[in-house]
Write a new protein. Structure first.
Ligand code: ATP
Length: 514
């Protein structure tokens, strides 16, 4: 199956197997770009969050955790720049009335040119024996006609965004002859700025109420608590504060399932460092975060680093870790060197000092910050996209059938092991329950006794369960079970007394991280 075909299949698979449901879907169309995680989805999401948390907090002596509230003082968002600058440029097609982000329309156009240039370069590389992604391949791609067009448009877009030139964005859309995918016309409105924050009110009466925002990122909860955390945890620079939690953005265009949601979850870590040392910490986290994704089983060829051409108002360096989703390479995680922008702004607007006393230098200063910020839902989608496969396998009768399998990393999969008694009688269910009762203390284990064993294996493959344990009549005599591995479908006989250890070592977090 072609990778680009995975996306629609994945969306129905998620619904059918209880991974993800559209929010409020019993009402017409549900709530767009808001999703609920079902029984399997919540297990997998918790696993990803825990793996991140353990890697960031449990294993790092100088990173501590925080759980700040979603609602914050309105001045926070003034200080951070979100009230004035958290805007996206939007444009409408007058014929279809469909709304787009102007910058994304151009980025999609650029990405198509690159795809074309890549295809040409692949053909040439096959002929010349060049390595894909190697020097010659990359040069050919850049210098191909389509590659040149892409680079020119990239440079223009970066300059326009940097200058905040909305009229220029519209001109570029026209110059590139970009048309609406619905109407097929280039009948565009002017480009306008749209603030992405959700507003709400606090207080019982309208007169006394004050305007609040649902946080558009979790980071600011960390900045305003910087001194509280530093003092109570007695950390010395460099040190980090990690947090996971919900963030809200009133996204203009949200058409890609859980890739772009209006309510989503972030996992962020702000690393506070001595001014002047930010570059080395930035380099460290850039490579560390990439390694982390590899360790969790994301294929290296599905990830790439993309340095920002246009830096946000607060940053002196920034890179995206992009994942190759079925609809193209897109941002999965951002690593940003945020300078002392946030702490300085909060110090300025609150009138409270947010400085660190450096005992070695015997002076106070505002630390610099390097941030790592990954969307939990996007990480979830990345893992599912890579894992989803349909493949032909032989049946017991020597015929063949198609199985849908989620090749998820065993620590990411929602359920680690399924216990399957071959029949519902002769003492097999009792033994199966005993095995289950032992394993469930250590991992997510489930019991399944419905349907023929082959169908049960297929069901577990579709859920992504890495191990199945089958209990048959021999198990009563030899005190052993059949352990089936999802990806290879290989089976081995294993004594019940060794089963737990065997599974635990296959699920070892230590092994994963070292
Ligand atoms: P994009 O350019 O895709 O809008 P961004 O650069 O605005 O993303 P950041 O502000 O850097 O994103 O947020 C950090 C991370 O949070 C992103 O890398 C992404 O994984 C996640 N994220 C941001 N917006 C959304 C969203 N609307 N839905 C799901 N995840 C999101």
């Amino acid at each position: 199956m072609d990778y680009t075909e995975v996306f629609p299949k994945l969306i129905s698979h998620c619904k059918e197997h209880g991974y993800i449901f559209q929010s409020s879907e019993i009402y017409e169309n549900g709530l767009p770009a808001v999703y609920d995680y079902g029984p399997l989805g919540v297990l997998m999401k918790n696993n990803l969050r825990n793996l991140w948390w353990k890697s960031m907090v449990q294993l790092q002596p100088n990173i501590v955790g925080l759980d700040a509230a979603i609602l914050m003082h309105p001045q926070v968002w003034k200080a951070s720049g979100h009230v004035d600058a958290f805007n996206d440029p939007l444009i409408d097609n007058k014929d279809s009335k469909k709304r787009y982000r102007a910058d994304q329309l151009i980025e999609d156009w650029i990405s198509k040119r690159w795809d074309k240039a890549r295809k040409d370069a692949d053909k040439k590389a096959a002929k010349e024996g060049w390595e894909t992604g190697g020097e010659e391949h990359t040069q050919f791609m850049r210098n191909a006609r389509e590659g040149q067009k892409a680079r020119e448009a990239e440079a223009k877009l970066a300059a326009l965004l940097q200058a905040g030139d909305l009229a220029g964005l519209k001109e570029l859309i026209e110059e590139l002859e970009i048309v609406c995918e619905v109407s097929g016309t280039a009948n565009w409105t002017e480009v306008r700025q749209f603030n992405l924050m959700f507003k709400t009110q606090m207080g019982a009466t309208t007169e006394g109420a004050s305007d609040l925002y649902l946080r558009p990122e979790t980071a600011q909860g960390i900045f305003v608590n910087f001194l509280n955390v530093q003092k109570t945890s007695r950390q010395k620079l460099p040190f980090g504060i990690a947090q996971t939690g919900k963030a809200f953005r009133n996204e203009i265009v949200a058409r890609q399932f859980i890739f772009r949601m209006r309510e989503f979850e972030q996992m962020e870590m702000q690393f506070f460092v001595k001014p002047g040392t930010q570059q080395e910490h930035y380099e460290y986290w850039r490579s560390e975060r990439l390694k982390w994704h590899h360790r969790l089983g994301i294929r290296p060829d599905r990830l790439r680093l993309h340095d920002h051409d246009k830096l946000a108002h607060y940053a002196d360096a920034a890179v995206d870790i992009e994942f190759h989703f079925p609809f193209g390479f897109r941002e999965l995680e951002g690593i940003h060197s945020r300078t002392d922008f946030d702490l300085s702004r909060h110090q300025e607007l609150s009138g409270k000092k947010l400085q660190y006393f450096d005992p070695e230098e015997n002076r106070n200063y505002i630390p610099y910050v390097v941030e790592t910020s990954v969307g939990l839902d996007r990480l979830f989608l990345a893992h599912l996209s890579q894992a989803y496969q349909e493949e032909e396998v032989p049946t017991a009768k020597g015929e063949s059938e198609v199985r849908t399998v989620l090749r998820l990393h065993p620590l990411v999969a929602p359920v680690q092991v399924a216990i399957l008694p071959l029949v519902k009688k002769d003492g097999l269910p009792e033994l199966a329950q005993e095995v289950l009762n032992d394993l469930r203390w250590f991992m997510q284990a489930e019991y399944d006794d419905k349907d023929a064993i082959g169908r049960r294996y297929r069901r577990q493959d579709a859920k992504g369960t890495p191990f199945c344990v089958t209990i048959d009549h021999d198990s009563l005599q030899d005190e052993a079970v059949t352990l089936r591995e999802r990806d290879s479908m290989q089976q081995q006989r294993i004594p019940i007394r060794l089963l737990r250890n065997h599974l635990q070592s296959a699920l070892s977090f230590k092994q994963l991280m070292s």
